[in-house]
Write a protein that binds this ligand. Sequence first.
Ligand SMILES: NC(=O)c1ccc[n+]([C@@H]2O[C@H](COP(=O)([O-])OP(=O)(O)OC[C@H]3O[C@@H](n4cnc5c(N)ncnc54)[C@H](OP(=O)(O)O)[C@@H]3O)[C@@H](O)[C@H]2O)c1
Length: 277
Amino acid sequence: MSDRPVIIVTGCSSGIGAYCARALKAEGWRVFATVRKVEDLAALEADGIESLILDYTDEATITAAVTEIAGRTGGRIDALFNNGAYGQVGAVEDLPTAALRLQLETNVLGWHELTRQVIPYMRKRCAGRIVQCSSILGIVPFRYRGAYTASKFALEGLSLTLRMELAGSGIEVSLIEPGPIESRFTANALVKLHENIDLENSPHAADYARQLARLGGKGAINRHKLGPDAVHAVLRHALTAKKPKPHYPVTVPAKQGILLKRLLPSALFYRLMGRVD
Ligand SMILES: NC(=O)c1ccc[n+]([C@@H]2O[C@H](COP(=O)([O-])OP(=O)(O)OC[C@H]3O[C@@H](n4cnc5c(N)ncnc54)[C@H](OP(=O)(O)O)[C@@H]3O)[C@@H](O)[C@H]2O)c1
C-alpha cells in the first residue's frame, strides 16, 4: 500500500481539473482523477494518473467511484477537490426550469453527494481537506449568469456551513473563488446557451447578439485571465497549510469584486455590476 496522501479531483478532462490532477501528482499526491466520458480516461492514464468515471448527475457513478477508490487505498482518502461543473448562460426569465434544475444537480447536489460519501473516510482518520472550486460568481452576481450564480451561491452556503459543523473534527473545508481562468469553460457554456435558450425570441436578444459578437475578445475582465496554475497555487495552500482559509479568491477581477461589494453601498454596487459584461 502506497503511503502517498490520497486526493480525489473531479472534472479532469480539461481546464483546472486536468492541470491540478497532474500538478498534484508531481507534488507527491496519489491522485484519483475523475471524468464523465470514457474517452477522457486515456490521457490521464497516459500520464500515470489513476482515473475513473464520475458524473455528478448520476449518483451510481459517485458511489462506484468512491467505493473503488476506498478499495484501492484501504479506506484512505485525505482530500477531495470538487471541481467538475459547467455554466448555464442565459437571462433568468429565459431560463427553462429544467435547465436550472440540471445546473443545480450538477454544480451543487452532485458535489454534496460526493462530499457526503467521502466524509466518513475522513472522520475515521480524524483528518481531511475538502476544497470546493466555487467562483467569484459565488459571491458577486453577474447578468445572464443567474443559473450558474445561483449554483455557486448555494455551494458557498453549504460549504461554509459544513466548515463550521466540522470544526474540531480534523476536516477542513475551503472555497476557491476564481475569476477568469483559461479552460474550456466558455466553449462548454456556449453549447449550453444554444441548447437551452431561445436567443432570437428573447427580450434580451440584442444583448445576446452583442455579447456573442465580442465573445473571446479582450473585455475588461478577460484582460486579467490567468492560467489554471493560479488555481493550483491556492489549492496547494488549502490542502497543506496548517490553517487553511475559508476563501481563496483568484485573479484581480475576483479580488476587486469582493472588495467593492464590501465597500460600496449595495444599490450602487449592483448598479455598477449591471454595467459589467
Ligand atoms: N474557467 C473559469 O473562468 C472559471 C472561473 C471560476 C470558476 N470556475 C470553476 O472551475 C471549475 C472547473 O472549470 P474549468 O474552468 O476547468 O472548465 P472546463 O475546462 O469546462 O472543465 C470543466 C470540467 O467539469 C466537467 N463536468 C461537467 N459536467 C460534469 C458533471 N455532470 N459531472 C462531472 N464533471 C462534469 C467537465 O467534463 P466534460 O469534459 O465531460 O464536460 C470538465 O472536465 C468549475 O467548478 C468552474 O465553475 C471556472
